[in-house]
Design a protein around this ligand. Structure first.
Ligand code: C5P
Length: 237
């Protein structure tokens, strides 16, 4: 079923819906034993913590994808709130720096089931030109490596990365560093607006721990069947 003993389902379904009722209707059709759920900025701004609580009450573990980036005290407070909400995973921008990341890590330490704390390195919408524009001379791949290493040294559990980056990060950051990869598409399916996609099996073989999947499930005529097919593919990885 695409799980391992310690980590549960590897598939994280991105609930990219503008309306909480749509997200909840999909959640009602999915199985918490087969996937986790990702709540991002739009859905959270509309549905708030109450929506996250209702998803958790259905048995789902939630990745709160709000990519915090602010002064250390403010990000620590947001991460404390996420821990108290009981989410399974939360993320911050590595560009917020080591002091911010360490403050976030320290504040969630005491929680019985503390959330996994994950960093975003370089947004995939940023190419070398966009980095140069904001004063970063590094190539995107080098910036990703540098920020992932900084995140690990700051005590974070892992990073969001493209599956294309997974093998290099697995080699440089070690076996325990969690790699969360979007841009996943079953073989032969539409890439949508993703530039570089990888099949679930190839992403796991490249070193990914968790796979973020949106439209292949959310836009499927039968989301539960689509989820089952993806998990079947992973089971063979
Ligand atoms: O529908 P699709 O599978 O492309 O959705 C992918 C999800 O992963 C979306 O929620 C998107 O915002 C997120 N994501 C991404 N690429 C990144 C980081 C996050 O596609 N680099």
């Amino acid at each position: 079923m695409g799980t391992d003993a310690t980590r549960g389902p590897r598939l994280i379904v991105a609930l990219d819906f503008p309306v909480p009722a749509q997200a909840e209707a999909l959640a009602a059709a999915l199985d918490p034993a087969a996937c986790r759920l990702k709540v991002g900025k739009e859905l959270f701004v509309r549905g708030g913590p109450a929506l996250v609580e209702r998803l958790q009450a259905r048995g789902f573990e939630v990745f709160l994808d709000l990519k915090f980036h602010d002064i250390p005290n403010t990000v620590a407070g947001a991460c404390r709130a996420a821990a108290e909400l009981g989410v399974w995973m939360v993320n911050v921008h590595a560009l917020g720096g080591s002091a911010m990341m360490r403050a976030a890590r320290e504040v969630i330490e005491g929680y019985r089931q503390r959330p996994l704390l994950i960093a975003v390195t370089i947004l995939t919408s940023h190419d070398a030109g966009a980095l140069h524009e904001v004063g970063m001379a590094l190539q995107p791949a080098d910036a990703v490596q540098r920020l992932a290493a900084l995140a690990r040294r700051s005590g974070l559990d892992g990073v969001v990365c493209s599956a294309q980056e997974a093998a290099a990060l697995r080699a440089s950051e070690g076996a325990d560093f969690r790699l969360v990869t979007p841009g996943i598409r079953p073989a032969g399916s539409a890439a949508d607006d993703q530039q570089r996609v990888m099949t679930p099996k190839a992403a796991l073989q490249a070193g990914a721990d968790y796979l973020v999947v949106g439209r292949p499930i959310t836009a499927a005529a039968d989301p539960l069947a689509a989820l089952a097919a993806l998990n079947a593919e992973i089971g063979g990885a």
